[in-house]
Write a protein that binds this ligand. Structure first.
Ligand SMILES: Cc1cc2nc3c(=O)[nH]c(=O)nc-3n(C[C@H](O)[C@H](O)[C@H](O)COP(=O)(O)OP(=O)(O)OC[C@H]3O[C@@H](n4cnc5c(N)ncnc54)[C@H](O)[C@@H]3O)c2cc1C
Ligand SMILES: *[C@@H]1O[C@H](CO)[C@@H](O)[C@H](O)[C@H]1NC(C)=O
Ligand SMILES: *[C@@H]1O[C@H](CO)[C@@H](O)[C@H](O)[C@H]1NC(C)=O
Ligand SMILES: *[C@@H]1O[C@H](CO)[C@@H](O)[C@H](O)[C@H]1NC(C)=O
Ligand SMILES: *[C@@H]1O[C@H](CO)[C@@H](O)[C@H](O)[C@H]1NC(C)=O
Length: 547
């Protein structure tokens, strides 16, 4: 603890995170694990059993477990999170998310075509290193409907492995306690207490922030790697997967390695040994993008970019989804403590109700209310109540914006294009109305000079007539934002088979959120970390490895 304080003070003395001083700071912390190195230090060609692209939520546990018996290379385009103080704390959540101005900021922003601001991780740990930390296992339906043949015993063991390492029980303060009481009051039953299970009712979920507010993420799982078998290159941007030539002999093309670039712009080739695999864990935006850039995608589309077609695969970049988020923000009569999501209400009809105070940005294309971080002079202490829906059913798609891998692909989520999603949102936002009318919320009203009480809304309040479906649907459409649970792009059954192997390409798999066509219960990170550590049992470990 003392060390950590000293460390924080040192970083404060070093000044603000301008580009020029961010780098040396990052370098000092690169060696937090001896096997993590700047990509510039890697040779121009090397051989491994497994090459994992993307050191994110699924990629880190995957590398850690595969390294137990095989030689593994993990390639991450970003740096090491421990070097960035805001990233490592609960209270720094919003600052991290809004500090997106430098080309290598750990939260890379993107805006979907419908104009909703969104974010993706660009740092070791991936989005688990910038997220809100809420941790909940998938619901039962996910294991039935996700298209993967799950071994539920191994699933449980993998969840437990993750949970022992990085999951904590949160301490509820004023706002989260009030939301818990309000949810119970408006009938989101039963109250399940603290649980990591996904259950209908009101519960206190797990968190990856510890009691001192320090973040834990999938990077922590790398500590379980077998040091002699693993190399991790940071600031390593993979440009494409190398495929064997299609020799027209009737065999499939096969992944043989990847090409990546370091910060000095130098190219490196990482190649796989016989029976090795390239595994993409670059996330819902990164994995489909790399597939397209490698020539695996819809033939005519690739041709428009002049990308040589290796495999005609019409569904790469298709079936992309984002769960819409809607809600309200109020200024409470007295400032609240900071809190990210700790309590959730899961309704029978597929709405998830959550709350936060001070640290959640609310932005939508038509009404931008941006709630500032405490450090900002524009800081207003606000509390929010949010609702996101199950699924969703509305389908979007992803396209390239450039053949430069550093440029975000273009993505469209088509929020509420399916009427079922809209109906769920109407039901969920109505529940927010009930919460606001509950006794538990009375303390959060302000008293007017003439004596009556009311909520002081920031941004768009709920419609007055909440019984009117059309008015509520209009509210959903106008105020839609994201809870960053976007998924899909290389989904199971279309692009990968039930063992996550890319259909029609040998030695290539995808292990990340891009393979999901439904969101795993409330929040995906638990299931992505589980998936990463589970994967060991599915991959035929290379018995010929000399390690
Ligand atoms: C702001 C925010 C808040 C969230 N809050 C929560 C929450 O509270 N609870 C929850 O469960 N979920 C939350 N989520 C969602 C969850 O974090 C993500 O769904 C999950 O982390 C995605 O995991 P992934 O492994 O699919 O991808 P990621 O974790 O994003 O990993 C992809 C990795 O690949 C790297 N990469 C991409 N392209 C390349 C390339 N070409 N070369 C090299 N590396 C590359 C990226 O830098 C990244 O590190 C949140 C997400 C965000 C963004
Ligand atoms: C990585 O190495 C290169 C070359 O030595 C250097 O220019 C760069 O600053 C290093 N990056 C970090 C984050 O240490
Ligand atoms: C997995 O864990 C859940 C929750 O604890 C339990 O209900 C389920 O029976 C377990 N499944 C197996 C196969 O162990
Ligand atoms: C919305 O709520 C109504 C009334 O409770 C219910 O009949 C309907 O099935 C719900 N819609 C969805 C999509 O769950
Ligand atoms: C090619 O890949 C498909 C699907 O991945 C597989 O079913 C088929 O057996 C492979 N063909 C050969 C010749 O290996």
């Amino acid at each position: 603890m003392d060390c950590y304080l000293l460390y924080t003070v040192l970083l404060l003395l070093l000044g603000s995170a301008s580009l020029s001083n961010a780098r040396p700071r990052a370098t000092r912390h690169l060696n937090f694990m001896r096997f993590v190195t700047n990509a510039t230090d890697f040779p121009s060609e090397e051989y491994y059993d497994y090459i994992i692209v993307g050191g994110g939520t699924a990629g880190c546990p995957l590398a850690a477990t595969l390294s137990q018996s095989s030689r593994v290379l993990l390639l991450e385009r970003g740096g090491v999170p421990y070097a960035i103080p805001n990233l490592m704390t609960h209270d720094g959540f919003l600052t991290t998310l809004t500090d997106v101005n430098s080309f290598d900021s750990p939260a890379q922003s993107f805006v979907s075509e419908e104009g909703v601001p969104n974010a993706r991780g660009r740092v070791l740990g991936g989005s688990s290193a910038i997220n809100a930390g809420f941790y909940s296992r998938a619901d039962r339906e996910f294991f039935k409907n996700s298209g993967v043949d799950w071994d539920l015993k191994s699933v449980n063991q993998s969840y437990e492995w993750v949970e022992r390492a990085i999951v904590f029980r949160p301490q509820l303060m004023t706002w989260q306690s009030a939301i818990r009481d309000a949810l119970i009051e408006v009938g989101v039953h039963p109250f399940n207490g603290f649980t990591l299970e996904h259950r209908v009712g009101t519960k206190i979920g797990g968190t990856t922030f510890d009691r001192s507010g320090r973040r834990h993420s999938s990077v922590d799982l790398l500590r379980y790697a077998r040091n002699v078998n693993i190399r991790v290159a940071v600031y390593a941007t993979v440009e494409r997967v190398l495929l064997s030539d299609d020799d027209d002999s009737g065999t499939n093309v096969s992944a043989i390695g990847v090409v990546y670039r370091d910060e000095l712009g130098r190219y490196h080739h990482a190649m796989i040994r016989e029976r090795g695999e390239v595994i993409l864990s670059a996330g819902s935006l990164g994995s489909p993008q790399l597939m397209l850039l490698s020539g695996i995608g819809p033939r005519s589309y690739l041709s428009t970019w002049g990308i040589p077609v290796a495999v005609d695969q019409p569904d790469v970049g298709g079936f992309v989804y984002d769960n819409p988020r809607n809600g309200i923000s109020i200024v409470p009569p007295v400032p609240m403590e900071n809190s990210l999501i700790q309590v959730v209400g899961v309704t029978e009809d597929g709405a998830f109700l959550e709350a936060a105070s001070n640290v959640i940005p609310f932005a939508s294309p038509l009404h931008s209310v941006f709630i500032r971080a405490p450090a900002s002079p524009l800081y207003v202490p606000v509390t929010t109540i949010m609702e996101k829906i199950l699924g969703p059913v509305s389908v979007g798609s992803l396209r390239l914006a450039s053949t430069d891998v550093r440029v975000n692909p273009v993505v469209r989520f088509n929020y509420f294009s399916d009427p079922q999603d809209l109906e769920r949102c109407v039901n969920g936002t109505r529940k927010i109305g009930e919460i606001l009318r509950s006794r538990a919320m009375e303390d959060f009203m302000v008293r007017e000079w003439y004596g009556s009480h009311r909520f002081r809304f920031v941004g768009v309040p709920l419609p007055l007539d909440q019984t009117n479906d059309l008015v509520m649907a209009d509210f959903c459409r106008r105020t839609v934002s994201t809870i960053w649970h976007y998924h899909g792009g290389c989904v199971v059954g279309k692009v990968v088979s039930s063992d996550l192997k890319v259909i029609g390409v040998d030695s290539l798999r995808i292990v990340d959120g891009s393979t999901f066509s439904i969101s795993p219960g409330t929040n995906p990170q638990a299931t992505l970390m589980m998936l990463g550590s589970l994967y060991k049992s599915h991959v035929d470990l290379n018995s010929g490895s000399d390690m």
